[in-house]
Structures are given as C-alpha cells and as structure tokens.
Design a protein around this ligand. Sequence first.
Ligand code: NAP
Ligand code: GLV
Length: 308
Amino acid sequence: MTLLFKVDPARGRAWKALFAEQAPDIEVRLWPEVGDASDIRYLATWQPPEGIAERFPNLQVLFATSAGVDQFDTATLPAWVQVVRMLDPGIVQGIVEYATMAVLALHRDLPLYLQQQRQGLWQEHPHVPARRRRVGVMGLGNLGQAVLRQLHGFAFELRGWSRTEKQIEGVQCFAGEAELQAFLAGCETLICLLPLTPDTAGILNARLLAALPRGACLINLGRGGHLVDDDLLAALDCGQVRRAIVDVLATEPPGPDHPLMVHPNVWVTPHIGAVTHPESAFGVLLENLRRHQRGEVMEGVVLRERGY
Ligand code: NAP
Ligand code: GLV
C-alpha cells in the first residue's frame, strides 16, 4: 500500500517521518520520486499533477491536504477514485483563531484606532457591546460551526446560512436561496466559510452586499472565487460595506497593486487562515487509511455531484 505525497519538501519529510515512526507498514514516497507509478494507491496533495488517471492507474483515494477541494478537477478522475478532504483539527483551530481575531478587530474598531494612531489622534468612539452586534456565517460545516461556537462565548447575536437546514444552539439558522436575503439583512459582520462550487462562485457580489445592513463588514475566509472584487470595491467606496478582511484572492499571489491590497479599508492576509500541519493532521489521515484498508467509509469523503 503506497502513499505518495506531493507537497512542499519540508512538509513531505515531516509526513514521511511520522509514517515511518507510527505506521511503518505504509510505504511513503515523496514527489517527484514516484518510483513505479503503478504502486501508488493513495495520493495526498494540495495541487495534483496533470493526468492523474493515466499517471497512476491503480490510484484509489485522492486525499486533499486542505479542507477545500475546489482545486481538484474531479470530472477528470475515474469514478472509482474517492476524493477526501482534510479534517485536520489544526485547520479548525487556525480558522477559529483567524475568524475570532477578525470579528473582534472589527467589533472593537481596531482598523480605525490604528489609522488614528498613525495620524497622532487620541479620540474615543462609542462602544457597542458584543450582544448588540449581529454576526453571520455563510457555511455551517466543520469550520463555520466551530467559529460560531467560539463567537457564542462573546455573546454576539449569531446567525448562520447553509444549503440544508440546521439547528445550532444560540444561532439563528437560515437555509437555501429562499432564506438568503433574510439571513443577510441581519449580518453586520458577514464571514464567508463556504466551499467554492459552481453554486457558490461569485456569491459575494453586488446583490449580496446590497442586502447587508448599511456599513456592514465582510470577512472572506472561503476562497477568492467567492468574491467579485469590483463589487466589493464599489460597495466600500459608497459606504455600503465599511471594511473587509480577506484571506483569499482569486489570483494568489496578487500583484502589489491589486486594488484590494492597496485599499485603505481592506486588510489582506496571504491565505494563512489555516495551514495544515502534518503533526495535527496525521491522526486523521492515518485513521482514514486504516478505514479504507478495512473497507469502511472514510471521514470527509467528497460527494462529487455536490462539489464539496
Ligand atoms: P464543509 O464542512 O464541507 O461545510 C461546507 C458548508 O457550506 C456546509 O454547511 C454546506 O451546507 C455549506 N454550503 C455548501 N454549498 C452551499 C450552497 N450552495 N449554499 C449554502 N450553503 C452551502 O466545509 P468546511 O470544512 O467547513 O470548509 C469550508 C471552506 O473553508 C473550504 O471549502 C475552504 O474553501 C475554506 N477554507 C479556507 C481556509 C483558509 O485558510 N482561508 C482554510 C480551510 C478552509 P450543508 O451543511 O447544507 O451541506
Ligand atoms: C485551505 O485553504 C484549506 O482549504 O485547507
């Protein structure tokens, strides 16, 4: 049973060492040292090589080293290859930390106070308690629900939106296209934690931004493909959106002159919301490999027709 990693060299060495120590029966190879490609049953990667089906005729499982799988063109994969997303607890922690940091920074007007400091201004603005701030999360999956659990502790008024109906304690839940407008109308801060699929591409557009309360803030932690950059810029410039924090862009890395990189009311980070660390992800990957070997259902299998 051979597992090929196509990841950066340092992470590859870390993965290989973990397997050698804790699961020596699984042979690990590191791209580009593929050896006999017909040995490869499992491939773990963020960016797969071209022509997977022809290159690895005996591939059974494609493991994403990421939570998102939009980078995979599943249409080109044989039907028998299962695609599995990464349910690393380290990713959950990273996203919870980032979302909490961003919500609190916006809630406590940190960008404004930092601007004031640069201008030498000592000026206080009215304080709004968290219980009077309405925060909404698009995407109530593994990450969206973890973020809501954390924000609940600050007493924010919380709401969430997903494809299918949910019940989450302390969160007003909305589902589907029919309830999107009602959801948005109560989001003073909106966090996107959706997967990128044909249904969600470009969802953060002029129509959606116009449905938010005036002066709302946007945090995009999903994918750059969710956001229509020009629509956000127009909404920022007319005051419909007050501030945005974006961790992901449609083209990464962006040029230094990218309009979101230079906008005074936008904070951009270089897709660091969460990073997969082999140490925290190893247990999940190994458990899935063992399940597959035993013929059991793995955790995080992507439903291809759904796209996530
Ligand atoms: P997940 O567990 O699969 O959850 C996805 C959620 O989105 C589900 O609640 C799903 O609804 C909802 N959804 C999907 N399509 C929808 C639609 N058309 N309309 C409404 N809701 C829809 O995914 P996750 O693990 O939470 O990850 C979410 C995304 O976060 C990833 O796909 C990735 O793009 C992003 N991410 C970013 C970073 C970063 O560093 N910035 C790190 C990790 C992940 P149902 O519950 O009804 O199925
Ligand atoms: C990172 O963006 C991930 O999807 O894990």
